[in-house]
Design a protein around this ligand. Structure first.
Ligand code: PLP
Length: 415
């Protein structure tokens, strides 16, 4: 590296994003060969069957109806009170835990994970997640002088590796005062897996035991970015009820996002919801995290917060959003069904996909596999342990035959 003026911790960092790089390559191919001849399975936003960006119409109307002061004014560091109320209702539905609950607005779920990592771990700590994970987690940890550690997400039967999660938690608890875990469910990015009720019971019982036996604190960060694209509304939220009656050493933080559920990706609005049996822990939660907001971005997007508040207080609007979103959910599901069925027919192994924007294929040669797919004008994202296909962005017409092509490339490059 040449002359650097950066602080020691900042040297050598750059936000090189493989996802946007793959998208750029797909767009170049589309300009050359025509959009209809290129499968762009890179970006995580929903495109319709004609490749157009999807915005929920009721959300658009609610946004455009806002008066100028609501669009332009500051909003307060913690977020608009009506928004905070709406966030908890939207997130928990009928499964609100009987516990102390605190909530503050954040710059997306990203902001929630950022604050959770900053405020609940110490410099040099390791933060735990599964070996298939959203890349931003490791950037967030690294930027704050921490690092990400992983457990194998699936066991040899392709079931969620609760045993591995707990073993690794115990290992970190031996070395750190606090252990923070990030769990992305339902509809995990990049796999599309949803943790089952039985798995949740195993995880929570195990974390309680570890905390009791080691005397260490555990912070469970549940990234819910895809909550609204998983299935029936109340059923998908039922696991949240399990976060009650936990020991005070076990804090749950839900990272809520308006990006996908309200198609407001670029508006950067979300929240962090703290759930604890201890009122003091929640008082501290709102205090330290709003302090970090003040010190990082000040307040978040007022119009977006107002949109959520306005939609949630009007049952007709809320029902309309639910209906429109259900249409998108069904569209994505139909695409996922095509791929999973054809993958089975072609003998292409995919990781256990339940729902959501992405599915993944394990490969020892992800870069080579993606490069091979380019020969067929197919663009996917290479990850550390395989490739990711954005089901949310590929039409059903383009989905048909895709698994067979991936299988052909998979066999050609070897594993
Ligand atoms: N969490 C996961 C797992 C994601 O895949 C994404 C978006 O790609 C986010 C969080 C981002 O959420 P937000 O836009 O609210 O920061």
């Amino acid at each position: 590296m040449g002359f650097s003026i950066a602080a020691k911790h900042a040297r050598g960092k750059a936000a090189k994003d493989k996802i946007f790089a793959a998208n750029d390559a797909a767009n170049k191919a589309a300009a050359k060969y025509g959009r209809e001849n290129v499968v762009n399975a890179t970006l995580g936003s929903i495109l319709d069957e004609d490749g157009r960006f999807c915005c929920l119409p009721t959300v658009e109307q609610a946004y455009r109806a806002l008066p100028m002061p609501e669009l332009m004014q500051y909003a307060g560091i913690d977020g608009l009170p009506e928004f905070l109320d709406a966030v908890v209702k939207e997130t928990c539905g009928q499964s609100r835990p009987d516990a102390e609950i605190g909530v503050i607005a954040t710059a997306g779920a990203t902001g929630a994970v950022h604050h959770a990592v900053w405020n609940y771990t110490n410099e040099g700590d390791k933060i735990l997640t599964s070996d298939w994970y959203w890349g931003a987690y490791s950037s967030i940890c690294r930027d704050m002088l921490r690092s990400l550690d992983t457990y194998k997400m699936f066991d040899k039967n392709n079931e969620y590796n609760v045993v591995g999660l707990l073993a690794k938690t115990r290992e970190l608890a031996a070395a750190q005062d606090n252990v923070a875990l990030i769990v992305n469910t339902p509809a995990h990015n990049p796999v599309g897996y949803t943790i089952t009720d039985a798995e949740w019971d195993g995880i929570l019982a195990g974390l309680e035991t570890i905390s009791k036996e080691t005397g260490k604190n555990i912070v469970l960060i549940v990234d819910l970015a895809y909550l609204d694209y998983t299935g029936e509304r109340e059923e998908t939220r039922r696991f949240i009820k399990k976060f009650e009656k936990l020991p005070k050493e076990l804090l749950v933080i839900l990272a809520y996002s308006m990006s996908k559920g309200f198609t407001l990706y670029g508006q950067r609005t979300g929240a962090m919801i703290g759930i604890s049996s201890d009122a003091g822990v929640i008082e501290e939660f709102t205090g330290i995290n709003s302090f970090s907001s003040r010190a990082t971005w000040s307040n978040v997007n007022r119009p977006c917060m107002r949109v959520l508040a306005n939609i949630c207080k009007d049952p007709a609007l809320l029902a309309a959003v639910g209906k429109e979103r259900d249409g998108l959910f069904r569209m994505i599901k139909a695409r996922g069904d095509i791929f999973t069925r054809e993958a089975k027919e072609a003998g292409l192994p995919i990781l256990p996909y339940a729902a959501g924007f992405f599915l993944s294929i394990e490969s020892g040669r992800p870069e080579a596999l993606c490069a091979k797919l380019h020969e067929d004008n197919i663009y996917a994202v290479p990850l550390a342990k395989g490739i990711r296909i954005a089901v949310c962005a590929v039409s059903q017409a383009q989905m048909r035959g895709l698994a067979a092509k991936v299988k052909k490339a998979f066999d050609a490059v070897g594993n």
